[in-house]
Design a protein around this ligand. Structure first.
Ligand code: PGA
Length: 254
C-alpha cells in the first residue's frame, strides 16, 4: 500500500521567529534533497506562523502548521486560533488532540473531534494524535483507549469529506514515550499501528487502508529509520529531536 509518508516536527513552546529562520538556514545546508517525495511539516509556536519563517522553511521543502485550532472560526474565544485565518495566511496544516492538550488543557475526545470536523471542512491537512498513558497500558486497557480515541476520529471522517488533495492522518503517540527517552520498540509501534489500522478499516473501509499512521514518542536521529521500516508506520511526529536541525535533517532523510 502506497501511503503518503509524513515526517513532522512539533516544536511545542520552543523557538521564536528569528530562531526559526536561523534553524531553516542551517537545515538548508544539511539537506541533500530539497524537494522530497515525503511530506515535511513543522508545527512551531503560533507566532512563528509568518512570512519570513515560511519562506525560510520552503527552502527545506518544509511546510508549517498550527499546533491546534479552535472548532469555531471566530467569536469570543480568548486564546484560541482560527483555522480559517490560518488558511487565509497561507498555512494548510494543523496538529490536533496532542496528549499535552489532553493532559494540561482539558482536551477530550469530544472537543478534539469538533476541532477535527472544522479543520476538515476548512480544507486543512490534519495530524490527529492518539495514544495511551502508562497506567492504561500497564492496566491492560491500551486497546480500549485506542478504540475510543480512534472512534472519535472515524466518527468525524464518516460525516465529512476530505478533498482528494487533503491529508488527514493519525499520529500514535504513547504518552509514556513522549519526552521520556523511552521510545516504543519498532515491534510495539507496529503492533499498535496494526491495531489502529484494523479499527480504521472496519469503520472507513478503503479510506482506512489509505490513512497514514505516524509514530511519535522519543523519536531520534538514531531510531527513526527502524521505526519507519515497519509496514504500518507511515511517518513520524518528532518533539525534542525536531528542535535541532542537525538531528531533524537526519530524520527527514531517513
Ligand atoms: P518527543 O515528543 O519526541 O519529545 O517525545 C513527541 C511529541 O510530543 O509529539
Amino acid at each position: 500500500m502506497n501511503r503518503t509518508k509524513i515526517l513532522a516536527g512539533n516544536w511545542k513552546l520552543n523557538l521564536g521567529p528569528s530562531e526559526a529562520v536561523q534553524y531553516f538556514e542551517q537545515m538548508s545546508g544539511l539537506l541533500k534533497e530539497k524537494s522530497p517525495t515525503s511530506k515535511r511539516v513543522i508545527f512551531p509556536v503560533a507566532y512563528c506562523l509568518q512570512d519570513s519563517v515560511q519562506r525560510a522553511a520552503k527552502t527545506c521543502g518544509v511546510e508549517l502548521g498550527a499546533q491546534n485550532i479552535h472548532w469555531e472560526t471566530k467569536g469570543a474565544f480568548t486564546g484560541e486560533l482560527s483555522g480559517q485565518t490560518l488558511r487565509e495566511m497561507g498555512f494548510s496544516w494543523t496538529l490536533l488532540a496532542h496528549s499535552e492538550r489532553r493532559q494540561f488543557f482539558g482536551e477530550t475526545d469530544e472537543t478534539a473531534a469538533r476541532r477535527l470536523k472544522t479543520a476538515i471542512t476548512l480544507g486543512l491537512n490534519v495530524v490527529y494524535c492518539i495514544g495511551e498513558r502508562l497506567e492504561e497500558r500497564e492496566g491492560g486497557r491500551m486497546n480500549e483507549v485506542l478504540i475510543r480515541q480512534t472512534k472519535a476520529y472515524t466518527e468525524v471522517l464518516k460525516t465529512t469529506q476530505p478533498q482528494a488533495s487533503q491529508t488527514v492522518c493519525i499520529a500514535y503517540e504513547p504518552v509514556w514515550a513522549i519526552g521520556t527517552g523511552k521510545t516504543a520498540t519498532p515491534a510495539q509501534a507496529e503492533e499498535a499501528h496494526a491495531f489502529i489500522r484494523a479499527q480504521l478499516k472496519s469503520a472507513l473501509g478503503a479510506a482506512g487502508e489509505k490513512t497514514s499512521l505516524l509514530y511519535g514518542g522519543s523519536v531520534t536521529a538514531q531510531n527513526s529509520k527502524e521505526l519507519l521500516s515497519q509496514p504500518n508506520v507511515d511517518g513520524v511526529l518528532v518533539g525534542g529531536a525536531s528542535l535541532k536541525p542537525t538531528d531533524f535533517s537526519i530524520i527527514l532523510q531517513s
